[in-house]
Every structure is written in structure tokens, then in C-alpha cells.
Design a protein around this ligand. Structure first.
Ligand code: NAP
Ligand code: GDD
Length: 357
């Protein structure tokens, strides 16, 4: 039987790298779009590209960019995908306040470029759009589902709202199989280092290893519904295996503050953190030693914040048979353990080299 062909934008990102692995294991031929860069930006798919068997037969990388339609059209023509996963994005909410026009160019117009490429071709491909719980903003203080109102609170969220609606519009207007996955936050050992969970797992590990004394954060009271990226990637695939195109929330239906994530990260390392002070003067202190390890820096606060996210994934459970598998505590443990072990090995190596000098 002929293998299915998938095209992934954002293959070098957290989700793209897990999805590539997932699809290759399912027997797909995978094409991925990578951006040209002056330094190496394929670390997350290095284990795939360094496997000759995979790299010669099942994984094909193309230089490209979501802001370049002629290139996207050429890739569509070359790859002839059965499924397109549009994961590429300027995905950092805080950064989108600094580069709002670029964020819209990539996230909003990038999506229409792909959809229009499909519309103008003879491809009968399915299209997945990486929509986000950021669309909800602060619209609801109870669990959010596919019927909850949107109230985007950042240039990132507004750009993703355009993408969400153009997917629906192209589905209705041109009968394209195009679906939105409205995904709540999902993290992993491959999470970008400037997102809060990874920033915490790396810096807590550094404190325990004595590499740094303390680090700074912003709003500790924001609540997020945090899941594990590999669980969510399975849901992404299931969304495109459905008989009809539709929109689905993927979440864990549990919410935790940034503060709770930090507390749990220290618990994994056998430490307890206590909080003293208020607002910008708040400090995180290790109970055993009284050492200050966290302070607050106003640089990390956003002009407009999303205070509360909690997802109701009942529709995905019922129609796709999808459920998250990893609990919050397991997620924190996986991330902190990974970073601690990685840093420990590189610290030992550096000490070894230093001793030899
Ligand atoms: P990520 O790690 O930041 O990866 C983003 C990917 O997009 C990277 O491969 C990046 O390439 C690529 N990219 C950036 N600008 C591009 C451009 N102009 N043209 C082509 N590719 C470009 O993001 P993620 O966490 O895997 O998330 C995947 C998608 O899901 C994103 O669209 C994100 O907005 C959305 N989403 C994520 C979450 C979450 O919690 N992770 C939740 C909801 C929705 P480089 O490696 O070259 O930078
Ligand atoms: N990044 C960061 N850095 N966030 C901090 C910090 C800090 O030092 N201190 C506190 N926070 C708070 C943010 O204000 C926010 O409320 C929360 O931690 C989570 O921030 P991020 O990890 O940057 O993620 P996000 O929720 O803004 O966005 C992520 O999830 C969205 C889905 O809801 C991204 O992956 C988006 O692409 C995704 O759409």
C-alpha cells in the first residue's frame, strides 16, 4: 500500500519534531519546511536526520518560510501531501507585542498562503491549523470549549484568530478539509527555553547544581492548563483522521498557577520553596537554607495578560477517542529530571576539562 504523505510547517519546533517522529512511526513519508538560518536550527530533529535510513527514504526537508508564497506553492507541488500540518508560527506571546506585524505576517497570512495554495491546486489534501487557547483570552472563568467566546489579548492571539476563521471560511467556501485544533498549553523536554515551564525546569536544575544562585520571573499567578506535548501530537493526528473536518479543543481539564509549577519543580529536586513579600517585591526562598532563589522582574509582565485557562476536551474525547495521558506532576517531573541530568552531565564534563587544563 502506498504510504501517506504529510507536510509539516514548523517541523523544527517542539510539536513539529514530535509529530514528525509520530508520523514516521506510522509509516508516513514526511516533508518538513525549515527556515534558512545562519546557525544550526534542527536540533529537535537531529536524531531523525542523522539516521540515514530515515533521511534517505522517509523524511524530506525543504527550505521555506510562511512569508514566501511562491516557495510554499513549489513545496506543495513537489510534496503532493495527503495531510498538511500548519504548526509554523511566531509562537511566543510576549514577543508578539514586540513584533506584532511580523507575528501577523507569519501566523495569519502564512495560513492563508497555504490555504490559497491548496485552493489553486488540484491537491485533495487535509489541512490542520495550530489554533490556540490564547483565542479565549479572559473570556471565561469556567472551562473553555469549542463554543466559548473568543477575546484575544495579544497580537499573537489576534493573528491566530484570523487563521482560525480563515480555516473555517475555506472549509465552507471551497469544501477544503480544513480543521482547527484549539490546543491548550503543552510542554515537554523539547519546549522552547523562553516559555515559562522550560525556563523554570532549566533554572531550578541550575540552582540545585550550584550553577546559578537565582532567577527572575513575571506573573506567578497566571493559570494554565498544561499538558504533555507527545500526548497532544497524537490528538493533532486524530483530528485529521476524522471523517469530516471540524474544530476540537485538546486540553487536560486541570489548571495550575505558574507558582504551583515552580513549587512542584523544587519538590522534584527534594526542596521546598516558600514565598515572602508581595507584587514586585515577592521572593521565592528555599525553606531548608533560607536562600533567595527567585525574584520578580517587571520585564516579564505582559501589557495584557491571560489570567486563566482551563480546557474542556469532551468533544475530542467523544468524537476522536482522545484523552491526555500525562498528569501535571508527571509533566513537571519529566521536564525537571531531563534538564537536571543534561546539565549535570555537561557540568561534570566541563569540570573534567577544567581539571585537565
Ligand atoms: P515552537 O516550538 O515555537 O515552533 C515553532 C515552529 O515554527 C519552529 O519550527 C519555527 O522555526 C517555525 N517558524 C517560525 N517562524 C516561521 C516562518 N516565518 N516560516 C516557517 N516556519 C516558521 O512552537 P510549538 O510549541 O511547537 O507550537 C506549534 C504550533 O502550535 C505553533 O503554531 C503554536 O503557535 C501553536 N500552539 C502551541 C501551543 C503550545 O502550548 N506549545 C498551544 C497552542 C498552539 P525555527 O525553528 O526556525 O524558529
Ligand atoms: N515566558 C514567560 N517567562 N512567561 C512567564 C514568565 C517568564 O519569565 N513569568 C511568568 N510568566 C507567565 C506568563 O505571563 C503567562 O501567563 C504564563 O507564564 C505562560 O507563559 P508562556 O509559557 O510564555 O506561555 P503562554 O501561555 O503565553 O503561551 C503558550 O501557550 C499558548 C496556548 O495557550 C505558547 O506556547 C503559545 O504559542 C500557545 O498558543
Amino acid at each position: 500500500m502506498k504510504s501517506k504523505v504529510a507536510l509539516i510547517t514548523g517541523i523544527t519546533g517542539q510539536d513539529g519534531s514530535y509529530l514528525a517522529e509520530f508520523l514516521i512511526n506510522k509509516g508516513y513519508i514526511v516533508h518538513g519546511i525549515v527556515r534558512s538560518s545562519s546557525s544550526f536550527n534542527r536540533e529537535r530533529i537531529d536524531h531523525l536526520t542523522s539516521n540515514k535510513e530515515i533521511f534517505h527514504n522517509t523524511l524530506f526537508l525543504h527550505y521555506g518560510d510562511l512569508i514566501d508564497s511562491s516557495n510554499l506553492n513549489r513545496i506543495l507541488e513537489k510534496a503532493e501531501p495527503d495531510e498538511i500540518y500548519n504548526l509554523g508560527a511566531q509562537s511566543h506571546v510576549q514577543v508578539s507585542f514586540e513584533i506584532p506585524e511580523y507575528s501577523a505576517e507569519v501566523n495569519a497570512l502564512g495560513t492563508i498562503r497555504l490555504l490559497d495554495g491548496i485552493r489553486n491546486s488540484s491537491l485533495r489534501t487535509k489541512f490542520y491549523q495550530a489554533s490556540t487557547s490564547e483565542l479565549f483570552g479572559n473570556s471565561s472563568t469556567s472551562a473553555q470549549n469549542e463554543d466559548t467566546n473568543f477575546n484575544p489579548r495579544s497580537p499573537y492571539a489576534v493573528s491566530k484568530l484570523y487563521a482560525y476563521w480563515i480555516v473555517k471560511n475555506y472549509r465552507e467556501a471551497y469544501n477544503i478539509f480544513a480543521s482547527n485544533g484549539i490546543l491548550f498549553n503543552h510542554e515537554s523536554e523539547r519546549r522552547g527555553e523562553t516559555f515559562v515551564t522550560r525556563k523554570v525546569s532549566i533554572n531550578v536544575s541550575k540552582i540545585i547544581l550550584g550553577i546559578i544562585n537565582k532567577f527572575s520571573l513575571g506573573n506567578l499567578d497566571a493559570k494554565r492548563d498544561w499538558g504533555y506535548a507527545p500526548d497532544f501530537v497524537e490528538g493533532i493526528w486524530k483530528i485529521l483522521q476524522s471523517d469530516t473536518p471540524d474544530d476540537f479543543v485538546l486540553a487536560t481539564n486541570e489548571t495550575h498557577t505558574v507558582r504551583e509549577f515552580i513549587e512542584e519543580a523544587f519538590i522534584v529536586m527534594g526542596e521546598e520553596i516558600i514565598w515572602e513579600g508581595k507584587g514586585l517585591d515577592e521572593k521565592g526562598i528555599l525553606k531548608k537554607t533560607g536562600k533567595e532563589v527567585i525574584d520578580i522582574d517587571k520585564r516579564y509582565f505582559r501589557p495584557t495578560e491571560v489570567d486563566f485557562l482551563l480546557g474542556d476536551y469532551s468533544k475530542a474525547k467523544q468524537k476522536l477517542g482522545w484523552e491526555p495521558k500525562t498528569t501535571f506532576n508527571e509533566l513537571v517531573r519529566k521536564m525537571v529530571t531531563y534538564d537536571y541530568n543534561k546539565l549535570k552531565i555537561s557540568t561534570n564534563r566541563n569540570v573534567h576539562i577544567f581539571n585537565k587544563l
